[in-house]
Design a protein around this ligand. Structure first.
Ligand SMILES: NC(=O)c1ccc[n+]([C@@H]2O[C@H](COP(=O)([O-])OP(=O)(O)OC[C@H]3O[C@@H](n4cnc5c(N)ncnc54)[C@H](OP(=O)(O)O)[C@@H]3O)[C@@H](O)[C@H]2O)c1
Length: 267
C-alpha cells in the first residue's frame, strides 16, 4: 500500500513556509498528496507553494494565519471549508534563548499558544474527523530538549515535552480507530530558524545538525510503527546517555551548561 493509499489525499501543514515545515510539504507532495500550507509570511509561503506545484503537479493552497492568535483554529477551519484533511503536521513552534525571567511573560504565553493551545485545537478538530472516517495520520513536532528540563529555553522545552506526551497518548487512543499519531523528537536541525540563532559548539558529544529532509524522511517512515521517535543516530545516542547513563540531575545540568556555552549566556 502506498503512503497516499494508507492516509488519503490531502495534508495540512501548520508552519510550512520554510525549514522542516517546507520539507514536510515537499516530502508529502512527492508522495502524491495535495497540500494546505499555513504560515504568517505570505511571500515566503507562496514561493514554497509555487515551487512544489511546479515540481510535483499537486494542488497546493496557502492560508496566511498567525497560530498565536486565539481565533487561529476558527480561521483555518473557515478557510478549509469542506476539504477533508487526511494528514496533519503540526510543525510551527516559538522558542527563545535566555533566562526565564529576562524573557517577557508575553513571549512565554505566546510560546504556550503556538506550541500547545492551537495545536490542541487543530489536532482535536482534524484528528476527530480522521477518527470518524477511521483513516488518517498526525505528526506532532517535538524535540529532544523536551526529555528533561532544559535551562535557558525552559518554557520551550516544557512545551516540547507536552507535544511528545500528547502524541504518545493519542497514538494509543487512535490506533484502534485507524489513525496513526507520531511525535518527531528532533535534535539540532539546520533550518533557517536554527541557523539564525548562531550556536557555537558546546561539547564534543554534540551531534552535527541534521538536514530537515533527513528528519522528515525518518518521520514519514516511522509513522504507524511507533508513538514517538528520536531522529538521527547521534541524537539517539546522546538521548540514551542522558536517559539511561547519567542521572536526571546530570542530564539537566548538561543541557543548561550546554546552552550557556552555545549562546554565551551570562547569569
Ligand atoms: N530546528 C531545530 O533545530 C529543531 C530541533 C528540535 C525540534 N524542532 C522542532 O521542529 C519544528 C520546526 O522547527 P524550526 O523552528 O526549525 O522551524 P521551521 O521548520 O524552520 O519552520 C517554522 C515554520 O513555522 C512557521 N511559523 C512559525 N511561527 C508561526 C506562527 N505563529 N504562525 C504560523 N506559522 C508560524 C514559519 O513560517 P512564518 O515565519 O512564515 O510564519 C515556518 O514556516 C518546531 O516544532 C521545533 O520545535 C526544531
Amino acid at each position: 500500500m502506498t503512503f497516499k493509499e494508507k492516509y488519503g489525499n490531502t495534508a495540512l501543514i501548520a508552519g510550512a513556509s520554510e525549514g522542516m515545515g517546507a520539507a514536510y510539504a515537499y516530502a508529502l507532495a512527492a508522495r502524491g498528496l495535495d497540500l494546505l500550507l499555513i504560515a504568517r509570511r505570505k511571500e515566503q509561503l507562496e514561493a514554497t507553494a509555487q515551487q512544489i506545484i511546479e515540481q510535483y503537479q499537486v494542488k497546493v493552497l496557502t492560508i496566511i494565519c498567525d497560530l498565536a492568535e486565539p481565533n487561529a483554529t476558527q480561521k483555518i477551519i473557515q478557510n478549509i471549508g469542506e476539504t477533508e484533511i487526511d494528514f496533519l503536521v503540526y510543525n510551527a513552534a516559538l522558542s527563545y534563548i535566555g533566562p526565564y525571567i529576562a524573557t517577557d511573560i508575553s513571549t512565554h504565553r505566546n510560546i504556550a499558544s503556538i506550541n500547545m493551545l492551537t495545536q490542541l485545537s487543530l489536532v482535536h478538530y482534524f484528528g476527530g474527523k480522521m477518527v470518524e472516517r477511521r483513516k488518517g495520520g498526525v505528526v506532532i513536532m517535538s524535540s529532544i530538549a523536551g526529555f528533561q528540563g532544559s535551562g535557558f529555553l525552559s518554557t520551550y522545552a516544557a512545551t516540547k515535552a507536552f507535544n511528545r506526551v500528547l502524541a504518545e497518548g493519542l497514538w494509543y487512543e487512535w490506533r484502534q480507530h485507524g489513525v496513526d499519531v507520531i511525535a518527531c523528537c528532533a535534535g539540532a536541525t539546520a533550518t533557517p530558524n536554527y541557523i539564525n540563532t548562531k550556536p557555537r559548539k558546546a561539547s564534543p558529544l554534540e551531534p552535527k545538525p541534521q538536514l530537515p529532509e533527513q528528519v522528515i524522511e525518518e518521520c514519514l517512515k516511522r509513522i504507524g510503527s511507533t508513538p514517538s521517535f528520536i531522529s538521527g543516530t547521534g541524537n539517539k545516542f546522546v538521548c540514551f546517555l542522558m536517559q539511561h547513563i547519567f542521572t536526571k540531575k546530570q542530564a539537566i545540568k548538561m543541557m543548561g551548561d550546554g546552552m550557556k556555552k552555545m549562546y554565551d549566556i551570562k547569569e
